[in-house]
Design a protein around this ligand. Structure first.
Ligand code: KIV
Length: 305
């Protein structure tokens, strides 16, 4: 038993839901767009309470909450379960579902069907896919099917092996031009926004002049229209240092381990539970119960009736 979840709300009850036109307005006004990942009800509630603009149910869930080594193994059913929990915890941010590896690449039909599942079955407002090349066609198909789609170029973890590992991209003129070409192709295909991951700040800054849609950076420097970080990275819920671009705002993982350790010590030493944590019973009821238990002991088995 636990306490029932509270209906979520942002600190400003009048805060309107974030829409695609609102994100475009923010870009044009130079108002930074705040995006964060979330994978369950509590992380969604934290994002709502912080009044972030966009929440991504990232396939980084594979590593942060499902314990896989990479983002590659996570499946659509797993992503949907997480996205539904996030939906229940959010009211105002735009909710984006990340199309997992293998769920959209094969054909436009596959991409549309997967995107529709995020919208119909989890209540997502939009989806995100990774890469240029054939992903541009998939993005165009999804957008034409009426589902807002976000692109993602630079370091694209689903294809990290082909990129030479988890490393910064666009560090030569040719590679930077490749990233810029993919970003512009995704914009032309109808993406409402694009994520630039792990590219030099100067490359991102030069690209900004050519991108009319909101650009969200992660390890792409300060020139983008907004920033995204992985929830578990910024709160220190994961082991290790993480990428260079991660700024750790808390060490919640250490706190969690310390709390569970204290609980274990309390149980083992008898310090928990105390009278404060137990329920009482009327003494007369207790006496009746004691009598029944005694009857039970002497052979009468009806003590539960
Ligand atoms: O899966 C994810 O968390 C992402 C963000 C890093 C943009 O794609």
């Amino acid at each position: 038993m636990s306490s029932a979840p509270r209906v979520p709300d942002s600190p400003d009850p009048g805060r309107p839901p974030v829409t695609l036109p609102r994100l475009q307005e923010m870009k044009e006004a130079g108002t930074p767009i705040v995006m964060v990942t979330a994978y369950d009800f509590p992380s969604a509630r934290a994002a709502e309470a912080a009044e972030v603009d966009v929440v991504l149910v990232g396939d980084s869930a594979a590593m942060t909450v499902l314990g896989y080594d990479t983002t590659v193994p996570v499946g659509m059913d797993e992503m949907l379960m997480l996205a539904r929990a996030v939906r229940r915890g959010l009211r105002t941010p735009l909710l984006v579902g990340d199309l997992p590896f293998g769920s959209y690449e094969a054909s436009d039909e596959a991409a549309i069907a997967t995107a529709q599942r995020f919208v119909k079955e989890a209540g997502c407002d939009a989806v995100k896919l990774e890469g240029g090349g054939s992903s541009v066609d998939r993005a165009r198909a999804i957008a034409r099917a009426g589902i807002p789609v976000m692109g993602h170029v630079g370091l694209t973890p689903q294809t990290a092996t082909a990129l030479g590992g988890y490393r910064a991209q666009g560090r030569t003129a040719q590679r930077a031009a490749d990233v810029a070409r993919d970003a512009m192709a995704l914009q032309d295909a109808g993406c409402f926004s694009i994520v630039l991951e792990a590219i030099p700040a100067a490359v991102a800054e030069l690209m900004m002049g050519r991108l009319e849609i909101p650009v969200i950076g992660i390890g792409a420097g300060p020139a983008t229209d907004g920033q995204v970080l992985v929830f578990h990275d910024l709160l220190g819920i994961r082991d290790g240092h993480g990428a260079r671009f991660v700024k750790r705002y808390r060490s919640i993982g250490d706190e969690m381990a310390a709390g569970v350790r204290e609980y274990a010590q309390d149980v083992r030493s008898g310090r928990y539970p105390t009278a404060d944590h137990t329920y009482s019973i009327d003494p007369e009821e207790l006496e009746r119960f004691r009598a029944r238990m005694t009857e039970h002991h002497t052979g009468a088995y009806d003590f539960m009736s």
